[in-house]
Design a protein around this ligand. Structure first.
Ligand code: ADP
Length: 204
């Protein structure tokens, strides 16, 4: 199978299985992660583009939030599909390792990880920062029924998620290309938070 066919087969599988899913993990998130991960690999000058692109397309399939009734069937299909592409056993193992360990909670990062893993993880984290990251967080919060902000100590809110997770991401970046972009996006998030709190105070 040629590269274009492999990619479009995986793309179609993912797009069809994402229908009706909450928009924090929608197709455009996956597409942004794919394009950003490929950009990072290009800028860093290391990492295999095919492993990077396929892992990006598949990076959400093990996510708990993805789950639902269809997750098992999807995993089965992917496991059947990957060997049919003609990719080597080694490449498939690399892809499987990335997609099974990408999530924030697994915490694989830093020294020694494969360049493709580093790129996909950085791209995923970058998508949680900046204007898009802010939009995704409030979208998620709305979906989960959380308030924008809760001034009570320990209150569950989207602003609390900024402190719990988003503001920590820039320290966790793997690549120098990723770090640079994360710093810019982080600064924008801080600016947004300051402005949000100012406006909260303005109402007295
Ligand atoms: P990942 O895609 O790295 O697995 P998550 O699934 O935890 O990350 O989050 C997906 C998106 O939803 C991110 O943009 C994240 O900031 C946002 N998100 C996750 N949990 C919350 C929350 N409790 N409140 C607001 N946004 C959240």
């Amino acid at each position: 199978m040629d590269y274009v066919n492999i990619i479009s087969g995986i793309e179609n599988l993912i797009r069809n299985n994402l229908r009706g899913h909450d928009t924090g993990h929608d197709w455009w998130h996956i597409d942004r992660v794919r394009r950003m991960a490929l950009r990072i690999v290009r800028e860093e000058g290391s990492g295999d583009p095919a492993i990077t692109e396929i892992s990006s397309l598949l990076h959400e399939i093990y996510d708990k939030k993805f789950s639902g009734a269809g997750q098992k069937a999807l995993l089965k299909k992917v496991n059947r599909m990957l060997p049919e592409t003609g990719l080597s056993r080694n490449d498939i193992d690399s892809i499987q390792f990335i997609i099974q360990n990408i999530s924030f909670s697994k915490g694989y990062s830093g020294e020694g990880i494969a360049p493709e893993f580093a790129a996909v993880q950085d791209a995923d984290r970058l998508d949680a920062l900046g204007a898009i990251g802010i939009a995704r967080a409030f979208n998620y919060g709305g979906y989960a029924g959380n308030p924008l902000y809760d001034p009570a100590p320990g209150g569950r809110s989207t602003i609390a998620h900024f402190h719990d997770k988003l503001l920590k991401l820039k320290e966790l970046m793997n690549t120098s290309a990723g770090k640079k972009m994360a710093e810019e996006r982080h600064a924008f998030v801080v600016e947004f938070l300051n402005r949000f709190m100012d406006e909260w105070q303005q109402s007295g």
